[in-house]
Design a binder for this molecule. Structure first.
Ligand SMILES: *Cc1c(COP(=O)(O)O)cnc(C)c1O
Length: 976
């Protein structure tokens, strides 16, 4: 407070003035008032409004301010969220169906889930600054491989149901079978069946649901999906079904449970070709549906057809082991419409947690947990029998079905009175699933639900002595698992704590430096936004809990949906898609369904500009559409003539245009309305990829620009942290004519209140509202920013991008800009000049940035050899300057190479990054000094990030795919 005062008097402020100083907007936005003035004046503007008037085409501007509730302070927002949380009631969940109670070890909750070093990290594209999370993901893969008994695993998928759907399409790609039908075990979870059906329909796959042991056809199948143990709890010996599908050259896929596999013969040992499932019960709270990590394991032979990221072992420049993402040529960024999947953002943070849960417990700890769960279940079953009930499940791990003729409802209600939720299978059957959190008192309480006098009739200790195991003897596990050292070293908390710290220390996340990723909007994830995620009343709800127990969540969804509608101009929002890619897919399906509902099923052409993100073409193909590319002109804009020509050419077959706005080139295309109109004129619909919404909020609304449907990456614009590559949320907004087709859910009715006669697109995620437990983050962000604050954030995002573009243009050409020479919220700089003059590649620049303590911007997308920079509104001017200085210093180094002052063969750029071990080694035989290698700018002496490895050799890792943990000796040998 800089108000002047004369000695002896104290200045007077009104309550209003003082309250305004407790302002979240000011904390979320990096630059303060003087910095904003300086940035504006550098660009030749005297106000933010003047800049925005020039940068954003007037045709698309919204005409009024956002109507959002008055802003809340951090405390007020948390208070409101606490009130909502209080409206949720957490009962003991025994519903099962793929979601189980679990104990998140404190050391993991506090040091991963609640630790920004882990949750603010980006996807590990820059391997050298990501070794910590890559190691954690490798542990996860090793755990999945060991427990399932298969050869390779990926580093997570979005949820169990989508993993099953991905496995189905994997089977279709690799199976030599002639059939086009896919058989699904009737004992799969209902949400899995629903998602598989949705996926199958546009691809022309016939789904047959039945009993795989008695109803499997001898021909016509390319794949079979089993659930082991079944959704009912029953464990069956599926070997005959596996043989039968193999005889047709089809693949057998097992949906399975990692905890059960500590005791059961893994599917990989009884012939399954693919295993999928959820790792939720390994320490990740249910969170009313998510986020959790799904897993997929399969055979080495299918590695090039596997969806999702795979972490692999390679070597660095010094020949030492180093980790990286392997076989990226499978993924949509490169393969586009031929990609193995559209999955981009996955579930890294949750996979890290699940992997660490296994590290912390080790094989013995996990087995003990599993045995205890099983023992409780066996005791429970015997007790129920003695109370006169028929337990229909014969061989089980943790789940029973109990026959209760005509009494399901009554007993369900009595259980609720005892604070327990059970699964209602039908009017005569209840399902009960136990888990790691089950204790004696709960089993006793449950017995009393079934018989009021159970307390007098049953005694746990007596039953414990009497009861045998109920696991099938021919399917008990004999193979060992988790033999690798990492699962044996960290069972004590001190060691675990230090292991987590050591790994986090290897990485650059937002808690260390700005991460200026174009298109990915790495902005502040405020602590206050994050806090509610682990609150009990948000974290511990089962997604299928009765709605009257989840009123707080329902309120959160309604408010968030209404706010997102106001921000985007849409009429309805579906929160089900749990990543942007899933939003694209769901949105295209609503378009498809709309055309079908109007008798225009022939409309199947999707126009996509060449500059589109790889998920766009990949999603279009999954939605059963044909991709037709539209050219871009030299300034990165859609070639409107080409678009019109293609729209006309495909006329009656035109289904949709997918377009990103502002464009992936970081430009507000003035022609966007004309483009949307041209598509509408031909009967097509407009899908707007909303990844760049951070440039629009409060300034323009996608629905007014012409979009019919759009996804919003809540993990970009709305502050959900990236988690090292997930979780995320990709809800879609639609105009009213598409609302009836939004996703619904087979277990929870009313998820799409607008659903009508024509039906919906079906179900696209396992949980009704996707990854619900991270929605408080976006709610809090909007509540604390308010309409004016959000608008200011957008203005600042645009100001900061232009400020950086201006500074960097001294050294690097800025590739695209609008008519006034301004960019939107990001800019593409051309590093190819360094290649021409000094032989320095965009890779060299990215790796040299590491020596300067930075994570590189987005590389070579959408234009090869360039960098796309998005500073966001959250970075202070000081940080923007620091980054620009690094980029300018790198240019100077490249100039020195060009001028012959630095060797072309041995310079700090091509050798970057320089790990500590190299810089401090006894020998140093480079043509430049150690100081230049490590401390090219003075400020690094105060605060230096050391890359733990040298530059990683990508090709080597792809040639020799290893996606399991290397033995520790490998590190020792390499060091010698
Ligand atoms: C991030 C992004 C996507 C994909 O979103 P995910 O949440 O990673 O699935 C799609 N399009 C663009 C332009 C993006 O930047």
């Amino acid at each position: 407070m800089s108000t002047r005062q004369s000695p002896g008097t104290s200045p007077r402020f009104s309550l209003n003035q003082l309250e305004q100083r407790d302002d979240f907007v000011r904390r979320h936005i990096g630059p303060g008032t003087p910095q904003i003035a300086k940035m504006l004046s550098d660009l030749g503007f005297d106000s933010l409004e003047a800049l925005i008037d020039k940068a954003v085409p007037s045709q698309i501007r919204m005409e009024r301010p956002l109507h959002l509730p008055p802003v809340l302070s951090e405390r007020e927002a948390l208070h409101r969220l606490r009130e909502m949380a209080d409206r949720n009631r957490v009962l003991t969940s025994m519903i099962g169906m793929g979601y189980y109670g679990t104990v998140t070890p404190g050391v993991i909750q506090r040091n991963i889930l609640e630790n920004p070093a882990w949750y603010t990290a980006y996807t590990p594209y820059q391997a050298e600054v990501s070794q910590g999370r890559l190691e954690a993901l490798l542990n996860y893969q090793q755990m999945v491989i060991d427990l399932t008994g298969l050869e390779i695993a990926n580093a997570s998928l979005l949820d169990e149901a989508t993993a099953a759907a991905e496995a189905m399409t994997l089977a279709r790609r690799v199976a030599k079978a002639k059939g086009s039908a896919f058989f699904v075990d009737r004992d799969c979870h209902p949400q899995t069946v629903a998602v598989v059906r949705t996926r199958a329909e546009p691809l022309g796959i016939e789904v047959i649901v039945g009993d795989p042991l008695s109803e499997l056809p001898d021909t016509g199948l390319f794949g079979l999906l089993l659930q082991y143990p079944g959704s009912s709890g029953e464990i069956r010996d599926y070997r005959p079904a596996v043989e039968a599908v193999h005889a047709q050259k089809g693949l057998a896929i097992a949906a399975t449970d990692l905890l059960a596999l500590t005791l059961l013969t893994p599917p990989g040992e009884w012939g399954a070709d693919v295993c999928i499932g959820s790792a939720q019960r390994f320490g990740v709270p249910m969170g009313y549906g998510g986020p959790h990590a799904a897993f997929m394991a399969t055979k080495d032979a299918y590695k090039r057809q596997t969806p999702g990221r795979i972490i692999g072992v390679s070597v660095d420049r010094f020949g030492r082991p180093a980790l990286r993402m392997a076989l990226q040529t499978r993924e949509q960024h490169i393969r586009r419409e031929k990609a193995t999947s559209n999955i981009c953002t996955a579930q890294v943070l949750l996979a890290v947690i699940a992997g660490m849960y296994a590290v912390y417990h080790g094989p013995d700890g996990l087995t003990t947990i599993a045995r205890r769960v099983h023992r409780f279940t066996a005791i429970l079953a015997e007790g129920l029998r003695r109370l006169g009930f028929e337990v229909a499940t014969e061989r089980y791990f943790d789940t029973l079905q109990v026959k209760v003729p005509n009494r399901a409802q009554t007993l369900l209600m009595r259980a609720r009175d005892a604070k327990i939720n059970l699964r209602e299978v039908d009017a005569h059957t209840l399902g009960i699933s136990l888990d790691e959190t089950t204790r004696r008192a709960e089993v006793e309480a449950l017995w009393r639900v079934f018989a009021a006098d159970a307390g007098e009739r049953l005694d746990i200790e007596t039953l414990d002595e009497a009861v045998e195991e109920a696991l099938p003897s021919e399917l008990t596990r004999s193979s060992s698992f988790l033999d690798h050292e990492v699962f044996h070293l960290y069972h004590g908390e001190t060691e675990m704590l230090r292991y987590l710290r050591r790994l986090a220390e290897k990485d650059i996340a937002l808690d260390r430096a700005m991460i200026p990723l174009g298109s990915c909007t790495m902005k502040l994830n405020a602590s206050a936004e994050m806090m509610p995620v682990t609150w009990r009343n948000f974290a511990h709800l089962h997604p299928f809990a009765p709605l009257d127990q989840t009123q707080g969540y329902q309120q959160l969804f309604e408010e968030l949906e209404a706010w997102l509608c106001e921000i985007t101009g849409f009429d309805a929002v579906s929160l089900q898609p749990n990543a942007g890619s899933q939003g694209e897919y769901a949105g295209l399906l609503t378009i498809r369904k709309y055309h079908h509902s109007r008798g225009e099923a022939q409309r199947d052409v999707c126009l996509i500009p060449t500059s589109a993100h790889g998920t766009n073409p990949a999603s279009a193909v999954m939605a059963g559409m044909r991709v037709v590319l539209v050219e871009c002109d030299d300034s990165g804009n859609i070639d409107v003539d080409d678009l019109k020509a293609k729209a006309a050419e495909h006329g009656e077959r035109l289904a949709a245009l997918m377009v990103t706005y502002p464009s992936t080139h970081g430009v507000f295309e003035a022609a966007i309305k004309e483009i949307c109109q041209a598509v509408h004129d031909r009967g097509g619909q407009v899908y707007m990829d909303g990844a760049n919404l951070n440039a629009l909020v409060g300034i323009a609304r996608p629905a007014e620009i012409g979009a019919d449907v759009s996804h919003m990456n809540l993990h970009k614009t709305f502050c959900i942290p990236h988690g090292g590559g997930g979780p995320g949320m990709g809800p879609i907004g639609v105009k009213s004519h598409l609302a009836p087709f939004l996703p619904d859910h087979p277990v929870i009715a009313g998820v799409n209140p607008a659903a009508g006669e024509a039906g919906t697109i079906g179900t696209i995620s396992a949980a009704p509202w996707g990854s619900s437990s991270i929605l408080p983050i976006s709610w809090a962000y909007i509540a604390m920013m308010g309409g004016a604050g959000l608008t200011r954030a957008t203005q600042l995002a645009i100001l900061s991008a232009n400020y950086m573009a201006k500074q960097l243009s001294a050294a690097y050409p800025v590739l695209y800009s609008g008519p006034d020479g301004l960019v939107a919220h990001e800019c593409i700089i051309d590093t190819r000049v360094l290649k021409d003059d000094a032989g320095i590649t965009v890779d060299d620049v990215a790796k040299r940035l590491i020596d300067y303590g930075f994570h590189a911007p987005t590389m070579s997308w959408p234009v090869a050899g360039t960098m796309m920079i998005e500073p966001t509104e959250s970075e202070a001017m000081r940080e923007l300057d620091r980054f620009c200085q690094a980029m300018l210093a790198i240019k100077a180094e490249a100039d020195a190479v060009a001028a012959g002052k630095l060797s072309a063969e041995d310079n700090p750029l091509i050798n970057a990054p320089h790990p500590l071990a190299e810089v401090t080694a006894a020998d140093w035989d480079h043509a430049y000094s150690r100081a230049q290698a490590a401390f090219p700018v003075e400020s690094l002496k105060q605060d230096k990030y050391w890359a733990p490895v040298g530059r990683v050799d990508n090709a080597h890792g792809d040639r020799h795919l290893v996606c399991t943990c290397p033995p520790l000796e490998a590190y020792k040998e390499a060091a010698e």
